[in-house]
Design a protein around this ligand. Sequence first.
Ligand code: FES
Length: 154
Amino acid sequence: MNNNRNELRGILRRRFPREHGQLLPALHFLQHEFGYLPDWAMEVVGWHLGIPSSEVYGAATSYTELRIDKPGEHVIRICTGLSCLLNGGGRLMEQARAALGGNSDDGIPGDAVTLEESPCGFLCGVAPAVEVDGVWQGKATPQSLAAVLKEVSS
Ligand code: FES
């Protein structure tokens, strides 16, 4: 489905009853389908459910698992929960920012790599933890992160 409003409308009609309570399930569907929530698709969801765009956008920005910006080809998330911070997660984030040239959490240093902080990934026993394209790695080190950064940047 590529920016096809009519196709999305048809899917929404079949899968999501026109009820306010379907907003989050529909947004999760978009997230799964596109990897983020395109503006045009959120508009279609709002139209389908009869919910104002401002409310759709508000819901989309209230949940960390939903993404409103198109991610890069690779997504690196570094856990900055307490255990990871105490075990070097903050330094790993600084290292990644410096290597990728970005300096903000939502920063998309380029189209290739998206770097984000992550809340606790529930791998505290092997902190610090880094997630690369949906796969978590525990006991991350500056060396292992450098290898990841080299791989995704090439
Ligand atoms: S604090 Fe990082 S995995 Fe829990």
